[in-house]
Write a protein that binds this ligand. Sequence first.
Ligand code: SF4
Length: 222
Amino acid sequence: MTRPRDGLYVWVTWLSKLMSGEVQCHWSAWFKTHYTDYRTQPIDARLASWTVEHNQYLAELIRKRKSLGEITYKEDQNKFRVRRTSGLVIAGKPDLIAYNKTTGQYTVYDVKTGSQRQSDIIQVMLYCYCLPYASPIYKGKMLDGCVVYKTDKIEVPSKMIDDAFTKKAIYFLNIVESPNAPDKCPSSIECEYCDLSGDDCPEKMLSSEVDDAKQPEGEIPL
Ligand code: SF4
């Protein structure tokens, strides 16, 4: 049953979707930051297929990095938590961190099975920003990142994590940890993929309720 969290907590993927603008409804991330044990949507069967595909790509990536002589750390080995001075905990779990013994460089990888999205890059940037504060292993280090897709990859060099990026992260962190809830922004597409249920968000729009034929439509003299 939904209850307030003992301490505020945000998952990096909630934040990256807000920062990229991929999620317009800020209320969802704000609510999950402040509350826990909420009922989520039933697991979609498509998620099982996605999980298998993701695990396969990740295994292939690990095999490749190891063949290059790198030391690899996978998923649960990379879980981290960092605490802001306000008390808000930021948590994440990068898919893979690889260490190149020759260069002394750590690279944070995240594997994606779908099409490229800005939030993918921001997610990895947030990992690279937080990890040096989360573990003595990475303390003082500039971490590179990389988003790996089925047939492509996007490098995320450490120089991208600059003051401008930090300021943007702070802006959105302040939104999710504010005691004042942001406005909801229900829309059929976003509500369909939002993991909150109608129990906590009565404004949730179900796709079955949306009829394109009933959408307002104007005429334009062209
Ligand atoms: S269900 Fe819709 S309105 Fe409610 S939090 Fe999710 S996206 Fe926002």
